[in-house]
Design a protein around this ligand. Structure first.
Ligand code: ATP
Length: 582
């Protein structure tokens, strides 16, 4: 009961914001229309129930006029029923897509806000496969929440209406057992109730493991799909290493989990279906068995019996709402748990940069350069990595950072960029300063070459002539005529060419602070020298901080910082304050 209340509270927390959002009026109106139509359908069912009585009595009495009139009434009711059903589905789908669009935009916004997606990945927490949550789970949540809540409402209203009818019919057709009449008020209602409670309890008992199995299934499917995508993304490496067998083995192992869990679902579903099917079939004859003695004793007519059977089945069906939607409910709970986990992970990732035990990245005013104060960068497991008590990265200067592999150079850059929360101390970056990080392998989104170069800006922000000039300057004249060509550039270009594109990106954006993390390491020394010369000439006002291993790089930097081991971590130390080359 407690977990049901907690689940409903979670549903409310996830679902309610849409109906309070800027799209609240269309959403509320559509929901109201869907509910109104559902209630109208229940009303038609009530009218059809009374129709049963009149129709079968007309048949029994061989009353032709009555028969024709009832057929006419049926056609009228059926026409309304059809029209309402059509529009209920239509409006329901309309609401679904509006609600889903809103939630998808919200989740995308939160996930892509302030490097949350990166921190969530670092934490490796419950929010695995965010793509599945944003793409599939939101859709399922909206579909199922609507289906279940409208279905539940319909079941409650149907139950209330038909319980009244069935109560009246119980008095008309008193219970007959072995020729004796028993006066039990509303015995048909009690019969339906006991029947439904038994069915519900049995289904819950047999079917409860399905909730967890469904949850695991979605997870294994997403995991398998993600690994397929990774294999596709790294197909060149796999082919070069002849890693196909290893890949097949790995993928088969992941698919094996999908299969094993599916068998478990099949076993469980078989039992649940056996129960629900028997339950449904027994429900067809059960009311006849209850009222047939009264019918044969001549207490009620055929119409009365048919109406009773119909009312009984409506009551029984609405009481069995839980049984009939068990699978959907199980899936729904799994979806709710996943979205809840996703929201929680986003919340903690959002809170992390400002929380206790995190590095404080602040905006400084007036100064030029970046100040590291009492900085201790840690690994996610808490182990210390890089420390700097008072350190100043001078503005308008070119600084080279070196140190042993794994010393934490890249992680220090991540901390300065404000995406690495683990650690303590503060990093003061001038307010409104523009920072750009160039990694060893620049990210080039799939699309036109121009869009890939100007990323993360919009294509229209830079003129094509400008982009062409920059491409020629970085030594890629052969690409200058292919700006509109669409491709997977990370896959198509050599690493050296990708690094030249990275430098082209930096030249276009002309940031105030440019951090190069081995961003030219794949080029030959002569090309690297040319690119650095270009950066020096074209971006004279830019503060450049480079990570690199080559000694030749020193010539382009005025200052050299070395990460040196100090116990369990590394310290930042200036090797030379004097300029090498100005
Ligand atoms: N997401 C992460 N989770 C756990 N440990 C990490 C993570 N990212 C980096 N590390 C660890 O932090 C340490 C420093 O990594 P970093 O990439 O900063 O080193 P680096 O000095 O740039 O090395 P290199 O010169 O080889 O590029 C490494 O031991 C690495 O394993």
């Amino acid at each position: 009961m407690k977990s049901l209340r907690a689940t409903l509270a979670t549903v409310w927390r996830i679902a309610a914001p849409y109906f309070r959002s800027e799209d609240k009026w269309p959403g509320r109106l559509l929901l109201a229309a869907v509910i109104a139509i559902e209630l109208s359908l229940v009303l038609i069912n009530v009218l059809l129930n009374a129709w049963n009585n009149r129709f079968y009595n007309a048949l029994q009495e061989k009353n032709w006029d009555g028969f024709v009139r009832e057929i006419g009434i049926f056609c009228l009711l059926a026409t309304f029923y059809i029209a309402l059903s059509v529009y209920q589905l239509y409006l329901n789908q309309w609401l679904q897509i509006r609600w889903r669009s809103w939630m998808t935009r919200l989740y995308l916004g939160q996930w892509l806000h302030n490097a949350n997606h990166y921190r969530m990945q670092l934490r490796g927490d419950a929010a695995d496969n965010p793509d599945q949550r944003i793409a599939d789970d939101v859709k399922m949540f909206v579909d199922q929440t609507l289906a279940i809540s409208v279905g539940l409402l319909s079941a409650i209203v149907t139950l209330a209406s038909f319980v009244v009818i069935l109560w009246g019919l119980s008095a008309e057709a008193p219970l007959h057992i072995f020729g004796r009449e028993f006066m039990i008020p509303g015995y048909l209602v009690w019969g339906a109730l006991i029947y439904a409670i038994l069915g519900t309890a049995l289904t819950q008992w047999i079917g409860s493991p399905l909730v967890n199995l469904d949850f695991q299934q979605q997870r294994y499917e997403a995991d398998f799909r993600f690994n397929l995508v990774r294999a596709r993304e790294n197909s060149e490496q796999i082919a070069l290493l002849q890693g196909e067998n290893a890949e097949r083995h790995r993928l088969s192992e992941r698919f094996g989990r999908v299969i094993a869990n599916w068998y478990a679902i099949m076993q469980r579903t078989k039992r649940v279906t056996a129960l629900t099917a028997s339950y449904g079939q027994a429900a067809v004859v059960f009311p006849y068995i209850l009222v047939a003695p009264a019918y044969f004793a001549g207490k009620i007519q055929l119409g009365g019996m048919m109406q009773t059977a119909n009312a009984f089945s409506s009551v029984q069906q609405s009481l069995s709402f839980f049984v009939s939607t068990y699978r959907t409910l199980a899936e729904w709970r799994a979806v709710i748990a996943r979205l809840d986990g996703f929201e929680t992970a986003i919340k903690s990732a959002t809170a992390e940069p400002t929380g206790a035990g995190s590095i404080d990245v602040v905006s400084s005013t007036g100064g030029n350069g970046i100040d590291l104060e009492q900085l201790l960068v840690r690994l996610p497991n808490g182990a210390p990595l890089v420390a700097a008590d008072h350190f100043h990265i001078n503005g308008n200067e070119r600084t080279l950072v070196t140190g042993p592999s794994g010393a934490g150079k890249s992680t220090l850059f991540r901390a300065i960029a404000g995406i690495w929360p683990y650690g303590s101390g503060s990093i003061a970056v001038p307010a409104k300063a523009t920072l750009m990080m160039l990694p060893q392998r620049p990210y080039l989104p799939i699309g036109s070459l121009k869009a890939a170069i100007v990323y993360p800006s919009e294509v229209g922000e830079f003129g094509s002539d400008r982009v062409r000039d920059v491409l020629i300057a970085v030594g890629l004249p052969q690409l200058a005529s292919r700006l509109d060509e669409e491709a997977h550039w990370n896959r198509m270009l050599s690493l050296g060419e990708q690094q030249r594109l990275g430098v082209a990106r930096a030249l276009l954006h002309a940031p105030q602070y440019l951090f190069l993390d081995e961003a030219t390491a794949s080029l030959d020394e002569a090309s690297e020298t040319k690119l650095y010369q270009l950066l020096k000439e074209k971006l004279p006002a830019t503060t450049i901080v480079s990570i690199g291993h080559r000694a030749t790089l020193e010539a382009f930097h005025q200052r050299h910082i070395v990460l040196t081991r100090d116990g369990d971590h590394f310290e930042l130390q200036s090797r030379s304050e004097e300029a090498s080359v100005k």
